[in-house]
Design a protein around this ligand. Structure first.
Ligand code: A3P
Length: 262
């Protein structure tokens, strides 16, 4: 039964030309009615651009640098992934209604598919962009180890796929779409390579955007605890608890290399 269920997940389906998980497409009208609240923050990324990293950074800031509080759940469960649907689990739309505001949410949706309530409520968005080549390498290895995504095939084949036939669509349209509106909405537009080069400076920007004012020592702790080396060893961020039937880390690690220009 599990094999059949997984098989059903392997074929992506499209919404307005953007390939998405079948369960997301099945629940599309409900997802479009997601009720964002005015104080909500939304983490927006193209897959493999440092979503987990910015999530941990924001959670550490929200918890005032208290690592223990950030250990309350695995990172994927700490911030609602708005377009994720896994029946019979309750939908993210229902879950969000019951959550206290403000909350930190996350999405991989391109601007044209985002539920309207986010625009109507003028929510705060944090976009992280990673260069196309690094995303492609990272996504390729992720699709090899992720048992509910299509097999990426050979590197040469994948080069064709990445132009738009991957989950959440073309990298170019995604980054460009968010870039074009960055001055019209409350968007903090960050770059993976910048966070890598000067984490303290970029984390400070996130802190200010979140309306927080933490001491230098707390900030230093956040820099340390959100480093690749630390997050790679942290069971709440490295996905080691996720079953092998979903993420097979014997094929490729979730915290793989984090290199710029790999
Ligand atoms: P690589 O596959 O190149 O190693 P996402 O969370 O959006 O799926 O992105 C995953 C990518 O972010 C992976 O890239 C992963 O190693 C990298 N990453 C995760 N945490 C990181 C951290 N603390 N510092 C740097 N890179 C990190």
């Amino acid at each position: 039964a599990l094999a059949t269920a997984l098989e059903g997940q392997l074929q992506l389906r499209e919404v307005a030309g953007v390939p998405l998980q079948p369960s997301t497409v099945d629940n599309w009208s409900q997802i479009q009615n997601f009720e964002a609240k005015p104080d909500d923050f939304l983490i927006c990324t193209c897959p493999k651009s440092g979503t987990t990293w910015i999530q941990e950074i924001m959670d550490m800031i929200e918890q005032n640098g208290d690592l223990e509080k950030c250990q309350r759940a695995i990172i994927q469960h700490r911030h609602l992934f708005i377009e994720w649907a896994r029946p019979p689990q309750p939908s993210r739309v229902e879950k969000a209604k019951a959550m206290p505001s403000p909350q930190i949410l996350r999405t991989h949706l391109p601007t044209q598919l985002l539920p309207l309530s986010f625009w109507e409520n003028n929510c705060k968005f944090l976009y992280v962009a990673r260069n196309a080549k690094d995303c492609m390498v990272s996504y390729y290895h992720f699709q090899r180890m992720n048992q509910i995504l299509p097999d990426p095939g050979t590197w040469e084949e994948y080069f064709e796929t990445i132009s738009g036939k991957v989950g959440w669509g073309s990298w170019y349209n995604h980054v460009n779409g968010w870039w074009e509106i960055k001055d019209r909405y409350q968007i903090l537009f960050l770059f993976y390579a910048d966070i890598k080069r000067d984490p303290k400076h970029e984390i400070q920007k996130v802190m200010q955007f979140m309306g927080k004012n933490l001491d230098e020592t707390v900030l230093d702790k956040i820099v340390q605890e959100t480093s690749f080396e630390k997050m790679k060893e942290n069971p709440m961020t490295n996905c080691s608890i996720v079953p092998k039937s979903i993420l097979d880390q014997s094929i490729s690690l979730f915290m793989r290399k984090s290199t710029v220009g790999d």
